[in-house]
Write a protein that binds this ligand. Structure first.
Ligand code: DC
Length: 221
């Protein structure tokens, strides 16, 4: 089984790149951010403060996150049996996921599921700690980043295209805050694994990044 781990900060283009590569290579794409977001949605719905570690830890055993794939191979994420895929993309959910993912019980609740997926299929998994913690023996590790201003502008363009009104400066601030939270936490912080290939996509097109990842893979296999 092959596994490709792509880690990096919010908005670096991980999921766009990962989906394309997984499709080309016939690998299963696992978006671990969606799993963290499903957990976060549970806490938001319960009205829990993301910093209330004790309550969150005590609730983890009652939360079940699972994944399935639709006919087109798109990942669907389930929270206690409910398909919550349409409800997890808001910035509020992303921010909550960034805060609650710093809690060990939240990470532990997802770890086995993530690791087990790599045992049964060739996978491409993206997240924050895939190369460093979830799949330390991944066949290939990529650390994909881009400058905060480029990431903010991409997100801004994406929202404008969807007709959502937004503020570029606010988006950049949110991105910087998320970087600080994801890189600064004690457990499984976002960082480049020692054996990961660094790709800075600030001045690269999506196709160039896809090509670069495929090249790295074929160098090894
Ligand atoms: O990639 P994303 O924006 O969907 O992730 C949302 C948050 O979830 C991210 O800010 C931190 C957390 N996360 C994590 O801690 N570990 C992962 N493997 C994936 C996401």
């Amino acid at each position: 089984m092959y596994s490709i781990a792509i880690d990096g900060p919010a908005g670096a283009g991980k999921s766009t790149i990962a989906k394309k590569i997984a499709k080309q290579m016939g690998f299963v794409y696992v978006d671990t951010g969606a799993m963290s977001r499903a957990m976060a949605l549970f806490f938001i719905r319960q009205g829990i403060d993301g910093h209330d570690r004790e309550t969150i830890a005590s609730l983890c055993p009652s939360i079940r996150v699972s994944l399935s794939y639709d006919e087109e191979g798109r990942q669907q994420v389930f929270l206690n049996g409910e398909n919550v895929t349409p409800y997890i993309r808001d910035e509020e959910v992303g921010q909550m996921a960034s805060v609650t993912s710093a809690i060990p019980e939240v990470r532990a609740a997802l770890l086995d599921l993530q690791r087990n997926m790599a045992l049964t299929s060739d996978i491409l998994m993206d997240g924050r700690d895939i190369g460093t913690h979830v799949l330390p023996d991944a066949s290939l590790k990529i650390y994909l980043t881009a400058s905060p201003s480029v990431r903010a502008k991409r997100r801004y363009d994406e929202l404008c295209e969807k007709g959502v009104s937004c503020d570029l400066a606010q988006i950049e601030q949110d991105i910087i805050k998320r970087d600080e939270q994801d890189m600064g936490r004690e457990i499984a912080p976002l960082r480049q694994a020692e054996d990961a290939v660094l790709l800075d996509s600030s001045d690269m097109t999506i196709e160039e990044v896809v090509e670069a990842v495929l090249e790295e893979f074929h160098k090894k296999y």
